[in-house]
Design a protein around this ligand. Structure first.
Ligand code: NAD
Length: 358
């Protein structure tokens, strides 16, 4: 019996998470592996009930589960709250830190049938398959922050970018190990020409490389990487980078695959792993049955693979997603003229129907 904490969160999280849970229910039946789902509150619902977006109850639930499935946090209703109560800062970041999730994996796969959904040319993106390791519990998002009033008016705001050798080493090792199982190429992305933290990053990754002589390591500045990702993305296989660079670069890379709504993620490093789509709560389309649930469904495929070692089940979920796309079903974010346009619920149902036949 695997215990899964389910945190739908805000906005489209409430629509896409049920579709992913329904996929897991079919897997449970097919593979005779029971899953126990327990729903927890995070962000707006939690704030309304407990006065905090990440209550202890939710944290305890996550820590006592085998895996966590998260939708997204972020609600316009909470935008006016002080920073220490905003869900991104008071729920998402502490949840990752408390669970020790220092490695965020974001695989970008360009499905042949989605090539036309990308804004880039087919010859540039066909065959792209990139795995990014984003450091998740250090850097600018976690360093000390402050805002100080200035004597002559206005404020001075400070965010601190902190990294330790140990933090860099552990994510680098995971990325090297992944590269060994793939094409043995690793690109480490930093800004070592300007930032001291990036100089430590580069030195540390270079030192770790000595333990992986079969992997070819390349260093690249983040601004160049942003450009290369749209110029010739096929040069990349595994990328490792720090927290904020990874946040931005993976959103950009998601468009190679057609939509942010296709980008799954797994956050690893602690006893319990967390799975969530890479996108946010998308308030602009929330509650309209328009959200693409595939990133969340692909995230549960990662859960099956990494947390439960159910590789065949994970393969089946990924195959079902691919088939649905090949049959022309599309949510609005990846639609093309003449496609079979469906909403969130219908897309989930199509995946499940195919999954049952595999
Ligand atoms: P977003 O990722 O929510 O949306 C960006 C754009 O992509 C929007 O146009 C949205 O409609 C579209 N989009 C996102 N997911 C989609 C899906 N599954 N299907 C179809 N279209 C999709 O980013 P944002 O608008 O900058 O942020 C909205 C809120 O989400 C903010 O409060 C932000 O802080 C939060 N956020 C949370 C997370 C998280 O929970 N991990 C990540 C990013 C942003």
């Amino acid at each position: 019996m695997y215990k899964i904490a389910v945190l739908p969160g805000d906005g489209i999280g409430r629509e896409i998470v049920p579709e992913a849970v329904a996929v897991l229910e079919i897997i449970a039946e097919k593979f005779n592996t029971p899953f126990e789902f327990t729903h927890g509150l995070i962000s707006e619902d939690a704030y309304q009930k407990y006065g905090h977006p990440l209550p202890q109850e939710t944290l305890d639930l996550c820590k006592s589960s085998h895996a966590v499935l998260l939708g997204a946090v972020g609600s316009p209703a909470m935008d006016q709250l002080p920073p220490e109560l905003r869900p991104e800062r008071a729920a998402l970041l502490p949840l990752r830190k408390e669970l020790g999730l220092y490695a965020n994996l974001r695989p970008v796969t360009v499905y042949d049938c989605l090539i036309d959904s990308s804004t880039l040319k087919p010859e540039v993106i066909q065959g792209v398959n990139i795995l990014t390791f984003r450091e998740l519990t250090g850097g600018l998002y976690f360093g000390p922050k402050e805002r100080r009033p200035l004597a002559d008016g206005g404020y001075e705001a400070v965010d601190t970018l902190v990294y330790t050798t140990r933090e860099i080493e552990r994510i680098a090792r995971l990325a090297f190990e992944a590269a060994q199982k793939r094409s043995k190429r690793l690109t480490s992305v930093d800004k070592a020409n300007v930032l001291e933290s990036s100089r430590l990053w580069r030195e540390t990754v270079t030192a770790v490389a000595a333990d992986y002589p079969d992997v070819t390591l390349t260093h690249m500045y983040v601004d160049n990487c942003a450009m290369q990702l749209v110029r010739w993305p096929k040069q990349f296989d595994v990328i490792v980078t720090e927290n904020m660079f990874g946040d931005i670069l993976t959103d950009q890379a998601s468009m190679l695959g057609g939509s942010l709504g296709m980008l799954a993620s797994a956050s690893l490093g602690g006893n319990v792993a967390l799975y969530e789509p890479a996108h946010g709560s998308a308030p602009d389309i929330a509650g309209q049955n328009k959200a693409n649930p595939l990133a969340t469904i692909l995230s549960v495929a990662l859960m099956l693979r990494f947390s439960f070692n159910m590789n065949e089940a994970a393969d089946q979920v990924e195959t079902a997603v691919r088939r649905v796309l090949e049959e022309g079903y599309r949510t609005p974010d990846i639609a093309f003229p003449g496609c079979r346009l469906v909403g969130t619920k219908e897309m989930g149902a199509q995946v499940r129907d195919i999954l049952k036949t595999l």
